[in-house]
Design a protein around this ligand. Structure first.
Ligand SMILES: Nc1ncnc2c1ncn2[C@@H]1O[C@H](COP(=O)(O)OP(=O)(O)OP(=O)(O)O)[C@@H](O)[C@H]1O
Ligand code: SF4
Ligand SMILES: [Mg+2]
Length: 380
């Protein structure tokens, strides 16, 4: 896909989302914890572009997705829709070129569980009429109905006048998800956030749904931000349409590139570990040992110093524990947050971190603590 700055629909610059987390009654007497859900993420989404975000549970995918479509206010950085700061438009600050109402219409979401997003007491026709009534006020009732029946047919729900008069409980999971997709598309959006939108479907239906998304994306010229914890699905949804895959780790976007680059030539050790753990990719450069040192995911309340992945990274050197890597360009489309892509960096001279070296330094640290507490106990 060729793209220019002019066709940027959504731009996030250095976005940060921190949540204050209270842990109960005792918190009245102490500072609340801060969850670093998203940190320092910059990402432009272009017209007609499909971007998939992958990463393990809790890494910040949903928070970033919601921030992109204006459902989550960032605690730092900026989010712009076609050059208009979303939150300035919402708060009525500064010179507003695009009203917030238009931004809301342009940025839509389909959820993981379509059942909960569809009112169980309303027929499909009524569910789908309500966005049209709100956002396309000029349409007459017969026009609205014709548009809805046309969409139902287009997504394979035929005969449409049968489906239009069903309640959500009379639909399968895949059909509910199609209704949710139509509802989002009827708003004529520029960008749809699909957060684990196909995860609950059977494997065979997932492919069908992703093919449908491709078809509708081309027909409606909509961009998609597709969130998935499944690397194979992320590749399928992006590769066919020249899209990109972004990899998140502990609140940071650690690598992004074309589907082919991320699947076949990942540069970040975490992307390599994700690929290793994905059954579909296991023939590509597979080693027997999982390329990760520890399974435990660190706590986003207290993320590791330096590179956040250094506590698990099999390639970590001591520099990684103290210095956070910037995002480095690998190709025109691929960039990664890892020193290893720089030929000339102090990383290469600094000693490796291994499980043994780490436990030795932990023991030495514990010894130092003991010494302090002993001297404190002695009244020094
Ligand atoms: N409203 C909130 N208040 C406090 N912490 C939150 C809130 N929302 C999310 N978090 C925390 O922020 C981090 C990122 O959560 P998020 O839901 O974005 O992750 P995710 O990558 O979407 O995970 P999953 O794959 O499980 O859906 C987690 O540690 C989560 O507990
Ligand atoms: S910067 Fe260091 S710890 Fe981080 S991913 Fe690269 S090699 Fe691993
Ligand atoms: Mg999520």
């Amino acid at each position: 896909m060729s793209s220019t700055d002019d066709d940027v629909v959504l731009s996030m610059q250095d976005v940060e989302v921190h949540f204050e987390q209270s842990t109960g009654f005792l918190d009245m007497f102490s500072e609340p914890d801060t969850v670093n859900a998203v940190d320092g993420v910059s990402l432009d989404i272009h017209e007609n572009e499909v971007i998939a975000l992958v990463g393990e549970s809790g890494c910040g995918k949903t928070t970033l997705g919601k921030t992109a479509i204006g459902l989550q206010r960032p605690t730092g950085g900026s989010v712009e829709y076609r050059g208009q700061d979303i939150w300035e438009a919402k708060d009525g600050r500064g010179e507003i070129e695009i009203p917030h109402r238009d931004i809301r219409q342009a940025l839509q979401i389909i959820h993981q569980d379509p059942g909960s997003a569809l009112n169980p007491n309303r027929k499909v026709l009524t569910i789908l009429e309500s966005p049209l009534k709100k956002w396309q006020k000029h349409l007459s009732k017969p026009d609205r109905i014709a548009r809805i029946l046309g969409m139902l047919e287009r997504v394979g729900m035929a005969p449409p006048d049968d489906y239009a008069y069903r309640y959500p409980h009379q639909l399968s999971g895949g059909e509910k998800q199609r209704v949710a997709l139509i509802r989002a598309l009827l708003m004529n959006p520029d960008l749809i956030l699909a957060d684990e939108a196909i995860s609950a479907l059977d494997v065979s239906l997932r492919i069908e749904m992703m093919d449908l998304l491709h078809e509708l994306q081309a027909q409606f010229n909509t961009s998609f931000l597709f969130i998935s914890h499944d690397f194979s699905n992320a590749r399928y949804i992006t590769e066919k349409v020249g899209g990109r895959i972004g990899v998140m780790y502990l609140g940071e976007l650690v690598e992004i590139g074309s589907a082919k680059e991320i699947a076949e030539n990942p540069q970040h050790p975490y992307t390599k570990a994700l690929r290793w753990a994905t059954p579909d990719f296991q023939s590509i450069g597979r080693t027997d040992q999982m390329p990760i040192r520890k399974i435990d995911i660190p706590d986003p309340v207290n993320p590791p110093s330096g590179c956040r992945f250094h506590t698990r990274c099999p390639e970590a050197h001591e520099t990684c524990a103290t210095t956070a890597p910037d995002t480095f360009e690998v190709t025109e489309t691929q960039s990664t947050r890892c020193f290893r892509v720089l030929e000339d960096h102090e990383y290469w001279e600094s000693p490796e971190i291994t499980d043994e070296s780490e436990s030795e330094s932990e023991e030495a640290g514990a010894g130092a603590d003991d010494a302090t507490s002993e001297s404190e106990a002695a009244g020094d």
